[in-house]
Design a protein around this ligand. Structure first.
Ligand code: ADP
Ligand code: MG
Length: 140
């Protein structure tokens, strides 16, 4: 077991429905700690840069438009095995396939508007955290 940090984003579908607190309660109750947090709105260019790895995917254009369509809450979650634990708490990408009790099952609307982002590996987490936060902004 290792203390890790991961990047989490509460997506525009969730900020629009005013459920950021309910989502963060699910993270906290599962043992993750929010050690950095800000509400912001991504420009289209920021969303394109953040999701650069998906540039060749068919859904890239609509994904970037959606992610810049409203406020998001970007945050760093810390805990034992935080990267994998956060992915477990989130559930599968498509809420229709997500397990009972996961954020995407409980809160997600569809495969695009699935309420939360979470880094998929420790290496991705380091890159994604530095996209939004400087080390001095992360207060454990
Ligand atoms: P995850 O967020 O579970 O890591 P991906 O990295 O594969 O999933 O995709 C990034 C995001 O792109 C998803 O969270 C979702 O918002 C969107 N997305 C993924 N697949 C599709 C799809 N088939 N159609 C539309 N949007 C999609
Ligand atoms: Mg992903």
């Amino acid at each position: 077991m290792a203390l890790e940090r991961t990047l989490s984003i509460i997506k525009p579908d969730a900020t629009k429905r005013n459920i950021t607190g309910r989502i963060n309660a699910m993270f906290e109750e599962a043992g993750l700690r929010i050690v950095a947090q800000k509400r912001t709105r991504l420009t289209l260019e920021q969303a394109q840069a953040f999701y650069d790895v998906h540039a060749e995917r068919s859904f890239y254009g609509e994904l970037c438009e959606y992610m810049s369509s409203g406020p998001v809450v970007v945050q760093v979650l810390e805990g034992e095995n935080a990267v994998a634990l956060n992915r477990e708490i989130m559930g599968a990408t498509n809420p229709a396939n997500a397990g009972e009790g996961t954020v995407r099952k409980e809160m997600g609307l569809n495969v695009q508007e699935n309420s939360v982002h979470g880094s998929d590996s420790p290496e991705t987490a380091a890159r994604e955290i530095s996209f939004f936060f400087g080390e001095v902004e992360i207060i454990a």
